[in-house]
Design a protein around this ligand. Structure first.
Ligand SMILES: Nc1ncnc2c1ncn2[C@@H]1O[C@H](COP(=O)(O)OP(=O)(O)OP(=O)(O)O)[C@@H](O)[C@H]1O
Length: 327
């Protein structure tokens, strides 16, 4: 469990993390999202004692990181996969790391096997590819069999097989009751991996909600109906609750009515439907809408993309007892 209370970090005049409060719960994969410079790495560094909060606090399993007598057994961390002695082998790197906690060769071999590094375990880390370095970083994080894992961009540089492996690994670790905090800029991957999402923007928490609530709260669902009698169907569905857009001569996009309502209305009036599709927003749509005002480093093309990201201005309805989505 990770608990942050009004966590704040200033670097001179720059407030990198601003009064951030959240709880990362056991048994779930929690995704940590935010544009470049939003404060994710700074927050993660404070969680594991690499940076001191200017004010506020953050605990792991009930204690400030530095108060844990054997931190490797409490929290496993992948922050910078390249921060490894390049001349050492993967095996001796892990053995040296484990020695600080009385962790021996058998556990080192276990995590090497678990991360698929067997064939390169005795090779110099300096010659590792980005993906192999990531696997070694994950092996190091798992070394102490910790109940909490913090993985910053673990799929960075991994091939598709490696991406799926990380997804299955973190889902498995959460199913064992561990706490997993995961950052990634890959939205489709995050949507498949995380249960909950915390979004940071300019150092503040913009959203903290289950994935489904985040998407439904920050995007608009609609229905696409294709009919050779689209004009008649549009007249039939016309009501104050419905916003109907004619996409082409046969295609309507309807916001405010469910596909069941549209289908039943068409059937009652004897209108032919060639297609009736509920359209849901993606995590990427929700993320773009939520962070549209928080992106610090933006190219002109990305700016246009975010502004036209479809569902901007969507209603943000969530259950405040389980989630928080604000702008
Ligand atoms: N040591 C430092 N000194 C001064 N400013 C810093 C320092 N570390 C971070 N910052 C600033 O704090 C802000 C948050 O940075 P941070 O690296 O935490 O963001 P991030 O969300 O992890 O971004 P990214 O997705 O690019 O990794 C940025 O504006 C960054 O420039």
């Amino acid at each position: 469990m990770i608990e942050a209370h009004s966590l704040t970090k200033r670097y001179g005049p720059k407030t990198a993390v601003d009064q951030v409060s959240f709880t990362v719960r056991p048994g779930l994969v929690t995704g940590f999202l935010g544009p470049n410079g939003a404060g994710k790495s700074t927050t993660m560094r404070m969680i594991v004692g690499l940076d001191r909060p200017t004010s506020g606090s953050v605990t792991v399993n009930g204690k400030v990181y530095s108060d844990h007598a054997a931190p490797l057994h409490e929290v496993g961390v992948l922050l910078d996969a390249k921060a490894v002695h390049q001349g050492r082998s993967a095996y001796s790197h892990l053995l040296a790391l484990g020695a600080t906690h009385g962790i021996g060769a058998s556990r080192v071999k276990e995590v090497i096997e678990m991360t698929g590094l067997d064939s390169v375990a005795k090779k110099r880390v300096g010659g590792f590819s980005l993906g192999m370095g990531q696997r070694l970083g994950i092996a190091a994080a798992m070394l102490g069999d910790p109940s909490t894992l913090i993985l910053d961009e673990p799929v960075n540089g991994l091939d598709p097989e490696g991406v799926v492996w990380v997804r299955e690994l973190v889902r498995f670790l959460a199913s064992e009751g561990r706490t997993v905090l995961l950052s990634s800029h890959l939205m489709s991957e995050m949507a498949q991996t995380a249960d909950r999402i915390i979004v940071l923007g300019r150092g503040r928490v913009i959203a903290d909600a289950p994935v489904a609530d985040l998407i439904s709260g920050a995007t608009v669902s609609s229905v696409r109906a294709v009919s050779p009698q689209a004009g008649e169907l549009a007249r039939l569905l016309n009501s104050p609750d419905a916003t109907i857009t004619s996409v082409d001569a046969q295609t309507l996009e309807i916001v405010g009515l469910t596909s069941a309502v549209v289908g039943e209305a068409a059937a009652r009036a004897g209108l032919t439907l060639h297609e009736l599709t509920p359209l849901k927003g993606s995590l990427e749509d929700a993320y773009m809408n939520l962070t549209a005002d928080s992106v610090e480093y933006r190219t002109t093309a990305a700016s246009a993309g975010a502004a036209s990201g479809g569902n901007a201005g969507a209603p943000l309805a969530t259950d405040p007892s389980h989630s928080e989505v604000s702008r």
